[in-house]
Each structure stands twice: as C-alpha cells, then as structure tokens.
Write a protein that binds this ligand. Structure first.
Ligand code: ANZ
Ligand code: ZN
Length: 823
C-alpha cells in the first residue's frame, strides 16, 4: 500500500486544478444560484503569515461548502495595495513604492495558490492599479457632486520634527510615537467625507445585523456612532456696555440639572474663547491654548489628569434661574463635540466636580439620589431621585424633569431638544504619495474644479522615488511640478492639482463591488451584476476592522444606494471575525521571538494539515494558540482518512449483501449535521465528526466485513467531501482513488436519506394471554414476520411458555405482539 505523502499530493493536483479552472464564477449561462463569500483582502506587507492562513482557511471552508451545495460561488481575491509601508520601504531602498508592492503581491499570490484557496483568480484586483483607482477617483467625484466630500480647515496632530500629520493613535503621551518630539496642532485644509449625514441610518440599520454579525462588533459600531439625546441650551453672555449680545450654546444630556449649573466651560481650543476672553485675561488664555495643543483627545478626556483651565473674565446668565455663571476655558471640554461648550453641574458630573474643587467654584446638588452630598464627598452623584433646589422642577423624577426642563426652555426660546453624535466626518486626505490622487484641480478663477471623467484616472507620477517621498509636511506630489501644474478644465487658465491622496480606507470601501466586474473599463461596477451578487453572503476578517473599515463600507453602500447605484443598504449580510493565531499564549512578535513561519509549517506538515489544524483548533472566533495544537496530529489523521479510500479502491468488488446499517446511519447523520454546523460557523465540530466517521469506517473494515461493503464506500466518499472543505489536496487524491474524475471541489454534497436519521428503535410490547411478559427494542420499520420470529424466540417468552404450545400470534408491528397459548 502506498504511503501518504503530502508533497506528492500537492505536486500532483496543483497543475490539474489550474487546468480545470474550477472556481470560475463568471461563466455565461451558469444558472446555479449564487453565493458571495469574501475574505477581507490582504495588505501586501510581505509573504502570507499565520493570521492570513487562519482567516483564509475559514473563508475557504464556507466557499467550498456552498460549491458542494450546487451554488455558483464568487470567492474573489485582491490586494489593498496602497499605503504607507510601501512608501517607507521605497524611501529606504531609493525605489518606487510600486516595486515593493507588486513584488509582495506576487509572493502572496503564489502562496495563496499553494495554500489552495478556492478563489476565482479572474477577479483579482489591486487598489493601486490605475484601472482600479480611476474608479476610486470617479466615486470620490460622485460624492463630491452630492456635497458628501468637502474641504475644511481643521486642527490635526503635527510632529514638527518629522514634518508630518499624525493620526490620534500615533500620538503617545503628547509626543510623536516615532521620534518623541512634542506634538502640536496644526490647522490644515483637509478633505472630509460627510459620514455624519448618515449617522442615524448607520445606527438604525445595525438592528438588521443582529445575530448575523458578532455582537461585540455591533456594540463597537453603536459606540463609535455614539448617539446622545439631550438638549441644546443658550446662555446669554453678560454684555459690556454697548457691546452686541453674545450667547454660549451648550449641549447637555441632563437638562434636568440646569438649576445645578454653577459655571460654564468652553473648549480652550474653540474659536469662541477668543471672542469671549477679556483683554486682561488674553495673555493667560493664549499661553494655556499652546499647552492644550500638545494634548491628545484621549489625554484631554482622562479623569486621572488634574483639571486645568483659565477664567475668561466673563459671565453668562442661566436661562432658567437668571443666575450669573463665570465662564471658563478648559481642556476637558472638546471643541468638536456637541457645541464645544458646557454648563458645568459639579453636583452630578464628576469632571465638573473635579474642576470646581480645583478652582474653588460652588457645588450644588439638584437631584436627591440618597447618596452623600457631592460638595463634601467629592463624588458626583448620577443616580435617579427627586429634584431639589430646582424651582418648579422640585419633586419631579429625573426623567420627568428632563422633559419638563426641555418644555420650559423651548417655550422661552432659549433651547430645544436635540440629538448629538460622537461620530465625526471622515478625514480622507493624506499628505502621502502612495494613494489615489484626489481628482480636483484648484483654479484661482473657478475654485475647486473636478477633473472631468474622461481625464480619469489622475495617475501618480512615476518619476518620484526614494528621498523624494520623505515626509516634508506637504504631499510629496507637490514637488512634481510638471504633474501639479495643469490648465483649469473649466476656464483653461493656469491651475494646480490637489496634491493630497486618499486614505486607503477609501479604496477598501468599495472593492467588494468591483469584484463583480473587475475588468470593466466603462464603469466602477456593473449595476446589474452587483444586483445579482450582492450583498456579500459571508464576510470573513479580523476584528481590528470592527469599526472603521466596516463603518466606511456601510457608509459607501448607503450613499451609493441614495445615488441609485445599489439596491441594498447593507453590504455584508453575515460577518465572521476570526480569532488571532498566537503562540505560547502571546501574540506573535519579533521581540518575543515566538513567531511561527507559515512557509516553514507548510513545508513540514503540508498545506492540508496546516489548514485542518487552523479549523480544528476551536471555534473560529477564538484565538488559536499554535503551541497547543498539533499539525503533526492533523497530518496523521489525514493519512488515516486517505488510507480508507485506498482500502475501498482495492476491495474485491462490492458486496451486495453488505450495508452495515449502523455505519450508514452514522454517515448520514454526520453529513446532515455537518451542513447545519458549517452554516453556523462551527467548522471545528465538523472536523471532530469527520474523525469519528473515519474511526467508524475503519472499525467496519477491520471487523471482517472488509471494504467491499457499499456502506464503507458511502462513508469514505462522505469523508472525502467533508475533508475537501479543509484539506483539498488529500480530498482530491481520495476522490481519485475512489474512482472519480478530478474536481472533488464541485462534487455534489451527499444526499441525506432522512429515514436513516430517524431514531433507531421503538419498544415492542410482547404479551402472553393479554399480559405483558417482555419488551423488545426493534426498528420502526420492522416487518411483521420478522417481529413474530423475534417475539416468539425471546428468552423470557420461551421460558414463560415452557411446554405449552403456541395457538396463535397476533402481530401489530412495530409496537405489539400478542401470543395466545394452550388448548
Ligand atoms: C450637564 C450635565 C450634568 C452633563 C450632568 C452630564 C451630567 P455624552 O453622554 O457623552 O453625550 N459635554 C457636552 N459637550 C461636551 C464636550 N464638547 N466636551 C466634553 N464634555 C461635553 O455626554 C454629554 C455630556 O457631556 C453633556 O451633558 C455635557 O455635560 C458633557 F449631571 O451637561 B452634561
Ligand atoms: Zn478656472
């Protein structure tokens, strides 16, 4: 008997598969029902790693399953190939980012082939190809035309040494993550997408994803959108003689506490502070504002940092009490949330209480929560209770008081009910090279002019490389003068291109649409094809994308729906977040030296064993600790399964008298359960069932029945199809040994015989002269004569009847046998 050797199998089947082109989902006239299975596309940072191997193993199980079920499955692959790492590599190597990028893509593509992912290579795309980013730019202009893309000045994190903008995550303790220089804020003119227009819809439609997306992802999305319902209240600023009246508008979720407001705070960096501050305090404010610039949003909101602030020398009038409240500037109020100003209620808001204690401002409790007085305990109370010290609100519960306070300010015209979202517009411009150029031309006469469709794509210049790409504070594109200077498309005068490129999240917000017609040179996507394939039936990817990528994609889908280009509003019907692959309980990292190399694992244990190990390790949502799993064990199991096929192949014909019912039942039960398990992402349980089935087949063969029993062949074929979801090389070879044409991936899922699933036995009562003398467990379909034979020969009955003769046997199969004895 031949030995199982994964190297031979991998070498044998790869070329055959390439020839067969099994996963082409775009054949015309293919009228199988459709499924769209999508893995989050990879970033070409190097070769594939263990994390890819895990995620793609899961996506492949799902894709292959639906293929067996007779679906035309679109399972595409592409690369998210713009981005900063390529640019950094290019600076280091004095080359063009494209070199590094496309070399890595080739490496990854080769590894994906080896890893035997059932993908439709004809749909391959790269977001850095001009044929792709042309449409990214076109979509940008569609958004622009609808007012969903706009430019505004805004303060961004700025590292004065690196001369570059930093994301919030790149600012650590107020310093640049890379060089440690204190970060400042710089006002830059930046492009934004108006995601906030969609805040309510993005929130509402999360309900439809309940039960289909991981609940923690839904919670993260809800949090990120951060809807707060409350009121806007206007406080009139006490005017100097003759000065115009000014107001401070605040957002509060607790209008019921308005009688407890004892001071006001404006975000130090809000423009309003400059308007409000008195001359005497201006210098102090300016100094404070410089200090605030160095803080990240996270630090500003920290409850650990001591409170700081500056009195602006001004007072505002409480619209309900007429009381005079001092107006302060502080960092703990954010300029871009709500209205950028608050009424401070130190009795019931801890931040305000800390501030009041730091600056000796009054504290007044207005809700009696039964806890201690905040002025004494230093702990603000936020529970329910009756209103006190609150004029006409006294005695009301918190909820009633909120409603009543809103009514009161509404009547007086000093406020109204309002909703605020934490969600911000999406800052999409980057001062970087390796991204899709923003297709806008700036003309001194005409202003912003969209690049006409027939001039798309705005290609990246290819003569920039190495040091020319190093961060200088402006986009590297600004240095390419022949690229920048163009005639205005509108007036023909001298004009310049926008030199910023788009955030790579823009590229990935629509790639799932492009897969339906990746080579289309006429449009971004074919509306009809999109309608046929989308939404994506199953999306698979890491939880690190729980917020931004998924939110942006949802936003794009809704906006394109509103433009009449899509007929659905949610792009991903089901989402699976795989866990991480860790080692020795820790995330793999260079510094810990616990990295595991995918290529080395595949060399040692084979592709199939690695894939099977990933899937068998546990529920797909859980982390896989590579130290706890056994690819060697997986390989052993695969060899065992593979030998079954060999045994069947070499059996001397088929024994028609065979048909081991127990084995048949187990086979059909396994297949039936496997379907339900896969559809619920319980891939690991299916592997366990397949292992049990392999053991059962082996037992049947070894028990003497041999491999000639058709039940053995039936079981071996079922095992093969189950394994083809996980370990395609082994399965393909088993399929061939079982005498089939190559292409197990498209073999029909085994039919389940329902009658083999019904519960095994029923109880038959055996009576003698009308009295119960025995009970037998029999098959529900047992024939009358067989049941009679069983009943009359049972030990108990034979003993009871003794020498008396049987006169008559009445059989009501399968439940009752009545024996009449005697004369
Ligand atoms: C008075 C008050 C009394 C508040 C009270 C809370 C408790 P969420 O739920 O996160 O929306 N706030 C409003 N704008 C702010 C800003 N730009 N920066 C910092 N804080 C701001 O929080 C809403 C509450 O956060 C608002 O309600 C306001 O404080 C504060 F017992 O107003 B509250
Ligand atoms: Zn012009």
């Amino acid at each position: 008997d031949a030995e199982y050797d994964f190297r031979t199998l991998e070498a044998r089947w790869r070329p055959v598969w390439d020839e067969l082109d099994l996963f082409d989902s775009g054949r015309s006239g293919d009228n199988r029902p459709k499924k769209y299975v999508l893995d989050m596309f990879p970033y070409p940072s190097g070769d594939l790693h263990m994390g890819h191997a895990e995620a793609f193993a899961f996506g492949d199980v799902v894709a292959r399953y639906w293929m067996h079920r007779g679906y035309n499955v679109m399972h595409p692959i592409g690369w998210d190939s713009f981005g900063l790492p390529a640019e950094n590599a290019a600076i280091k190597r004095n080359s063009h980012p494209g070199e590094w990028t496309y070399k890595n893509i080739d490496t990854q593509a080769e590894s994906f082939r080896r890893y035997a992912i059932a993908v439709d290579w004809k749909r391959r795309l790269h977001t850095s190809d001009p044929e792709y980013y042309r449409w990214t730019q076109w979509l940008f202009l569609k958004f622009y035309a609808r007012g969903l893309a706009y430019k505004k000045d805004s303060p961004v994190n700025w590292c004065p040494k690196d001369q570059t903008v930093l994301a919030n995550e790149q600012v650590v303790n107020g310093a640049c993550e890379r060089c440690g220089t204190p970060v400042t804020k710089k006002n830059l003119n930046q492009w934004y997408f108006k995601v906030t227009d969609y805040a309510q819809r993005l929130l509402d439609d999360i309900d439809d994803l309940e039960g289909r997306w991981p609940s923690r992802v839904l919670a993260m999305q809800r949090n990120w959108i951060g809807r707060s319902s409350g009121a806007q209240l206007r406080f009139v600023v006490e005017a100097e003689d003759g000065a115009a009246e000014r107001q401070i508008e605040v957002f509060t979720t607790r209008p019921d506490t308005v009688f407890g407001a004892t001071f006001m705070v404006v975000a130090a960096d809000a423009d309003l502070t400059e308007d409000l501050v008195t001359d005497a305090r201006r210098a102090e404010l300016d100094e404070y504002r410089e200090q605030v610039k160095t803080l990240s949003e996270i630090e500003r909101q920290s409850t650990e940092r001591p409170k700081t602030g500056v009195f602006l020398g001004r007072y505002a009038i409480n619209p309900l009490t007429g009381e005079k409240l001092p107006v302060w500037a502080a960092d703990y109020v954010l300029a871009d949330y709500g209205t950028g100003a608050i009424m401070a209620v130190p009795g019931h808001d801890q931040r305000d209480l800390d501030f009041a204690r730091a600056f000796d401002l009054p504290v007044r409790a207005v809700v009696d929560t039964g806890e201690g007085d905040p002025a004494e305990t230093g702990v603000a109370t936020s529970g329910d209770g009756k209103l006190i010290n609150s004029g006409e609100l006294n005695g009301l519960t918190k909820d009633d008081a909120i409603a009543r306070a809103i009514d009161m300010v509404t009547e007086r015209g000093t406020g109204e009910k309002t909703i605020t979202f934490r969600l911000r517009d999406w800052l999409l411009s980057r001062q970087r090279f390796w991204g899709a150029p923003i297709p806008i031309i700036h003309c001194s006469e005409c202003g912003e002019v969209p690049v006409p469709d027939d001039q798309l794509p705005v290609r990246l210049p290819d003569n920039l490389k190495g040091e020319q790409l190093a961060p200088k504070g402006t986009s590297p594109l600004a240095a390419a003068e022949d690229w920048v200077n163009v005639p205005c498309p509108s007036c023909g005068g001298a004009a310049t291109r926008d030199t910023d490129t788009m955030d790579t999240f823009v590229d990935s917000s629509w790639y799932y649409l492009r897969y339906t017609s990746p080579g289309d040179t006429e449009r971004a996507f074919d509306t009809e094809k999109v309608a046929e394939w989308l939404p994506v039936d199953q999306y698979v990817g890491g939880v690190e994308h729980a917020i931004l990528h998924l939110l942006y994609s949802r936003f794009f889908t809704k906006a394109l729906y509103d433009m009449g280009m899509l007929n659905f509003q949610e792009p991903f019907t089901r989402l699976l977040n795989q866990g991480q692959v860790i080692n020795e309980g820790k995330a793999m990292s260079k510094s810990l030296g616990n990295g595991v190399d995918l290529g080395a694992e595949m060399d040692e244990f084979g592709v199939d064993a690695v894939r099977l190990t990933m899937a068998f390790a546990g529920p797909p949502e859980d982390d896989v600790d590579w130290a706890d799993v056994s690819p060697a064990g997986s390989a052993k199991f695969l060899a065992r399964a593979w030998r079954l096929a060999g045994d069947v192949a070499s059996a001397p014909g088929t024994d028609p008298a065979g048909g081991d019912t127990a084995l048949r039942k187990q086979t059909h039960k396994t297949v039936s359960e496997a379907a339900a398990l896969i559809e619920n992402n319980k891939f690991n349980v299916v592997v366990a069932r397949a292992m049990e089935l392999v053991n059962a087949v082996r037992k049947t063969i070894d028990s003497g029945a041999g491999a000639s029993d058709p039940a053995v062949r039936e079981a071996a074929e079922a095992v093969t199809i189950l394994l083809s979801l996980y370990s395609p090389y082994t399965a393909e070879d088993m399929w061939a040994r079982l005498g089939h044409e190559p292409g197990v991936a498209l073999a029909a899922w085994p039919d389940v015989d329902e009658s083999l699933l019904v519960d095994e036995t029923v109880t038959c009562v055996v009576q003698v002269q009308g009295k119960v003398r025995d009970r037998l467990e029999v098959a529900p379909g047992i024939a009358a004569d067989e049941l009679e034979k069983l009943a009359t020969s049972s030990d108990a009955i034979v003993r009871f009847i003794g020498g008396r003769g049987v006169r008559k046997v009445i059989v009501r199969a399968p439940k009752l046998v009545n024996i009449v004895i005697g004369e």
